[in-house]
Every structure is written in structure tokens, then in C-alpha cells.
Design a protein around this ligand. Structure first.
Ligand code: ADP
Length: 164
């Protein structure tokens, strides 16, 4: 069975993330979406448990699992016998960082390939931080996040039901 991992912070999941995850699920037997707890990232809007819940409610294919990990991504990939790490690539700005990560991961765990899927045109400038900013300023985010989580994201961004 060919397993791929899709890592990220998903704070919250966007339609850009979902597109990459579901396309990966067409290419691999199983895809594990891993919410990484990365201490270097600034504070998050949603807790890890909430992010996992938002992802689970958004995905529709049954070969997609959701998990979390706080260590090195390659250690997680090795533990799960994954053959690939799938990343989405947006504009050129993602490239340097993602290429560097891919090279480091390849040297740490040569048997796992990093596979880049090009973002869809309409998602090219979409990020979790953009969603949070637009929503907190009362902008319409319905084209950016999955319908099933829209209400929850709006509530949180507008300061209701906030997580500490
Ligand atoms: P963000 O940059 O939105 O905080 P993450 O750190 O959670 O996203 O990113 C997880 C993965 O999803 C990365 O591979 C990232 O390139 C990819 N990704 C993020 N947003 C998009 C998008 N709009 N289209 C395609 N891939 C994306």
C-alpha cells in the first residue's frame, strides 16, 4: 500500500489545502494529513484538536486520515511507512522554502520522495493567514474555506468562541 503524508499547520484548512489533499488521495492508496505542532510558528487561532476536527469534517474521501505530530516530519513518515510527502506549491514565494525542506528531508530519509502538486490558479494566493485577516475585517471568505466549516471559521475570526 502506497502511503503519503500531507503536513501543514492548517490553521484553519482552506480550499487550497483541501484541493491538494484530495488530489493526493487520487494518486496514493492512503493519505495522512498531519497537523504539525511547530513551536517556531506564531500562535495559532485554532487548537490542534479543533484543526483536526475541521479537517475531518472537510475531507470526503475515505482513504484520507488525519493525525498530529510534534517531532520531525521524516520520523513520522518513517513510522508510517510513507513513500511520499505531498506539498502544494503556490506562487514562486513557496519555492525556496519548500525546495530547501525537500532537500533536507531527502538527506534525512532518502527513501521518501517529496511530491509537489501545483496549486490551482484560483488558490494561488490563498493562505490560512489571508482567510483569517479577510474574515476578521468582515470580508467574504465563502470562496476560500470548505462550506461545512464556514460558520465555525467566521465565528472564531470575529472573536466569538475564541481559543486561548
Ligand atoms: P499556510 O501557508 O496556509 O499556513 P500550511 O503551512 O498549513 O499553510 O501549508 C501546508 C501545505 O499546504 C503546504 O505544502 C502549502 O504549500 C500547502 N498549501 C497551503 N495553501 C495552499 C493553497 N492555497 N494551494 C495549494 N497548496 C497550499
Amino acid at each position: 500500500m502506497k502511503i503519503a503524508v500531507c503536513p501543514g499547520s492548517f490553521d484553519p484548512i482552506t480550499l487550497g489545502h483541501l484541493d491538494i489533499i484530495e488530489r493526493a488521495a487520487e494518486l496514493f492508496d492512503k493519505v495522512i494529513v498531519v497537523v504539525m505542532c511547530n513551536s517556531t510558528k506564531k500562535s495559532s487561532m485554532f487548537s490542534i484538536e479543533e484543526r483536526i476536527d475541521l479537517i475531518k469534517r472537510s475531507v470526503s474521501k475515505n482513504n484520507i486520515e488525519v493525525d498530529t505530530y510534534s517531532g520531525l516530519l521524516v520520523d513520522y513518515a518513517a513510522k508510517k511507512n510513507a513513500v511520499a510527502i505531498v506539498k502544494g506549491l503556490r506562487a514562486m514565494s513557496d519555492f525556496d522554502y519548500e525546495f530547501q525542506q525537500a532537500l533536507i528531508n531527502k538527506s534525512l530519509l532518502p527513501q521518501v520522495e517529496t511530491v509537489f502538486l501545483a496549486a490551482k490558479g484560483e488558490n494561488m494566493f490563498l493562505s490560512s493567514s489571508m482567510v483569517k485577516e479577510v474574515c476578521s475585517l468582515n470580508g467574504d471568505i465563502s470562496r476560500f474555506v470548505p462550506d461545512v466549516i464556514l460558520e465555525d471559521v467566521i465565528k472564531r475570526c470575529k472573536g466569538e468562541n475564541s481559543n486561548d
